[in-house]
Design a protein around this ligand. Structure first.
Ligand code: ZN
Length: 187
């Protein structure tokens, strides 16, 4: 099991698609999944920031993912794993034990810099971890954090996940430029 992680804009999807393409080139059978979240249709695509596309199937839970995996598949690739429930760890570990190659990609931290959903536990169970970094939008150094901006200002730790009527955006930042008003600082 391989986990590809890092901040937003670090190239996780690109790396996932690169590995999927290599597997397909080697004539291996691949299934690509992503979390359904707000996707209504079962058919979906994964898209890297540089515009590379690959077809994916949207699933709403780790159990739905498990039941959609076909026995003849060689490689199971999953995008946006941070949105899945906690059972994902068990499901992916089970697939890997059952002989499937598993590649999971997702954010390791949320916009507050806190561990995101099932990803920390996945990282612990992974055979291979690929942690990618972006470039800090402020200072140009290596960036590991995702900065959330609401109406151009750093989003406070208490900001709701979904905001109505506000202009929201994200950029990559290094730990020194990452700002989360209201988040307690460790001295
Ligand atoms: Zn910086």
């Amino acid at each position: 099991m391989t986990v590809i992680t890092g901040s937003m804009f670090s190239g996780k999807t690109e790396e996932l698609i690169r590995r999927v393409r290599r597997a397909l080139y080697a004539r291996r059978r691949v299934q690509v999944f992503k979390h359904a979240l707000d996707t209504r249709s079962e058919r979906a695509v994964i898209r890297s920031h540089n515009g590379v596309l690959h077809e994916a199937r949207a699933v709403a839970s780790s159990d739905e993912l498990l039941s959609a995996v076909e026995p003849q598949t060689d490689l199971v690739a999953i995008e946006e794993v941070q949105f899945f429930d906690g059972r994902l760890v068990e499901v992916l570990d089970g697939l890997a034990d059952g002989g499937y190659d598993v590649i999971a990609a997702g954010l390791d931290m949320d916009f507050r810099g806190r561990p995101f959903g099932p990803v920390p536990a996945l990282l612990a169970r992974a055979d291979e971890v690929v942690k990618l970094r972006a470039i800090c939008a402020r200072c140009g150094r290596e960036a590991s954090r995702s900065q959330r901006l609401i109406d151009g200002r750093p989003a406070p730790a208490s900001a709701p996940t979904i905001l109505v009527g506000a202009q929201e955006s994200y950029e990559a930042r290094c730990r020194h430029c990452h700002e989360v008003p209201g988040e307690p600082q460790v001295p």
